[in-house]
Write a protein that binds this ligand. Structure first.
Ligand code: ADP
Length: 481
């Protein structure tokens, strides 16, 4: 049983607060303990990160050197794949095969951030012979990285990788529900050569996150989590030292199926995977299915059949693709969303059953049809395996429904007509749009892709070259001679 304690200047802190118990969502049993950082630990971590930044020990290394060390960190993460995966399985009940994929993804993310930063060039401006004027991207200083529990290892890697690649120091606060893999990832980076005072990991919940958002020695908070917490962070950031913020918050993303797209098993397999991956616990979960009324009955029936493939199973089983929900409070919140939809009379067309769950937090897919735009289930993020089908009559109505929530994270569009695809995708208020003209795509999106959420899904670019740029400031220097 591994404990989660803060890692400050490369050393696990002595236990300085009462333990909280970590519960394995697969069976409700204790899987470890976690000790929240107190204020003095938080200050030590932030002050050390700042000293490290100012010393130039990391910030003055060349991008190539930093990229080399991050590539070594990635190698160590790959070698620690089984340990990282096991901790994510225990912390949030993610099926072990998926957790291993996450660990490998974390390594790729860190390595590619290092690589991207080597391409981050500035601009030299035309000037006369006695003047040299240029812009360069400089690290912002000390970055607080606050992450959620749904993809513990990749989330930590996204923020650590990009922030470190451009020379910042980082204080990482993983979710209180899944804190342990981030400690291993940070340890891998330190062993690879990132100075131990450049990466600090603070264990704890909302209070520790809030202390970082309010801290006057933090220069940027990079946050992924709920829209509620994102807004609280904005208030803390504004009320303290007006620090920069990068926020990736909630979503209620639509998949729009146009009537020209052939309805098939292959199509619903894709639609269901996008909705039920990670048991629906992902910010880009495609939890709204917008279907033209002429194909809606046929598609809904096939979609229900497909949902049956996403039945909860034991995360320890290598074949499991769909685990329990991540923690008790979240399980209750998801049940509340379902109860409210039922009480409001939404038309439930599928309610998957859970067999032999014991104390596990298993929830099978639930599907509602004929949902109207103002239904709470259409408007609110559930972060669980609950899909609403909305039927539309015209392209204009499909666009209006797709855009009629507070969110703007992602969307997918299924049509074989290029002009329609272009027209609709331009109108979608979403930072990341996937257009499928085939249900048999053979490539993945490039890992160098950058994107930025819209509306109350947040802002700030993540991924690729522009993703590392988010962790820099643009500086102008003018030499006169
Ligand atoms: P979830 O409900 O999915 O756990 P949250 O948005 O509550 O998502 O939490 C995501 C991360 O943000 C976690 O690390 C959590 O501890 C942290 N957090 C939550 N509320 C705040 C806050 N007000 N200020 C700073 N961090 C917060």
């Amino acid at each position: 049983m591994e404990e989660a304690v803060s890692l400050v200047n490369g050393k696990a802190q002595s236990v300085d607060s009462p333990a909280s118990v970590l519960i394995y969502p697969g069976d409700g049993r204790e899987s470890g303990r976690t000790y929240s950082a107190n204020m003095s630990t938080i200050d030590t971590a932030v002050d050390s990160a700042r000293e490290a930044f100012q010393s130039g020990i990391w910030s003055d290394r060349s991008p190539d050197e930093r990229a080399k060390i991050l590539a070594l960190a990635a190698e160590r993460i790959r070698s620690s794949k089984d340990q990282i995966a096991e901790l994510d399985r225990l912390d949030m009940g993610k099926p072990i095969a998926r957790s291993k994929e996450d660990a490998i993804a974390a390594a790729e993310i860190i390595e590619s951030a290092g690589r991207a930063a080597t391409f981050l060039s500035g601009t030299q401006f035309p000037a006369g012979p006695r003047c040299l004027a240029y812009n360069e991207q400089i690290p912002v200083g000390v970055v607080a990285a606050i992450t959620p529990w749904n993809y513990p290892a990749p989330n930590a890697a996204h923020k650590l990788g990009a922030a470190l690649a451009v020379g910042n120091s980082v204080v990482l606060k993983p979710s209180e529900n899944s804190p342990r893999s981030a400690l291993i990832i940070a340890q891998c980076a330190i062993e690879a050569g990132v100075p131990e005072n450049v990466i600090q990991v603070l264990i704890g919940g909302k209070e520790v996150g809030a202390a970082l958002a309010e801290h006057n020695a933090i220069d940027l908070v990079s946050f992924t989590g709920s829209t509620r917490a994102g807004k609280e962070i904005l208030i803390s950031a504004g009320g303290s030292n007006a620090k920069r913020t990068v926020l990736e918050c909630g979503g209620k993303s639509p998949q729009i199926v146009l009537p020209d797209f052939p309805v098939s098993k292959a199509l619903v397999t894709k639609l269901a995977s996008a909705a039920f991956a990670n048991s629906g616990q992902l910010c880009v979960a495609k939890s709204r299915l917008l279907v033209h009324s002429s194909i809606a009955d046929e598609l809904a029936a096939l979609f229900v059949e497909e949902a049956k493939q996403h039945h909860p199973s034991d995360p320890e089983d290598e074949k499991s693709l769909y685990g329990p929900l991540a923690h008790c409070g979240h399980f209750e919140a998801v049940q509340d969303h379902i109860r409210t939809a039922d009480e409001l009379g939404l038309n439930c067309i599928y309610r998957g059953e859970v067999h032999e769950a014991g104390e596990g937090l298993y929830t099978a897919p639930v599907i509602y049809d004929h949902a109207l735009g103002d239904a709470p289930l259409v408007q609110n993020e559930v972060f669980g395996p609950v899909v609403v089908i909305q039927r539309y009559e015209s392209e204009a109505e499909a666009i209006a429904l797709a855009n009629a929530t507070q969110f703007g994270l992602s969307a997918s569009l299924w049509t074989q007509d290029l002009a329609t695809a272009r027209r609709i995708s331009r109108s979608l208020r979403a930072g990341y749009v996937e257009v499928f003209s085939t249900d048999n795509e053979t490539e993945f999106a490039p890992t160098s892709l950058s994107c930025e959420p819209l509306r109350q899904s947040g802002y700030g670019v993540e991924g690729g070259l522009d993703g590392v740029r988010s962790y820099t400031a643009q500086k102008a220097t003018v030499y006169f001679n």
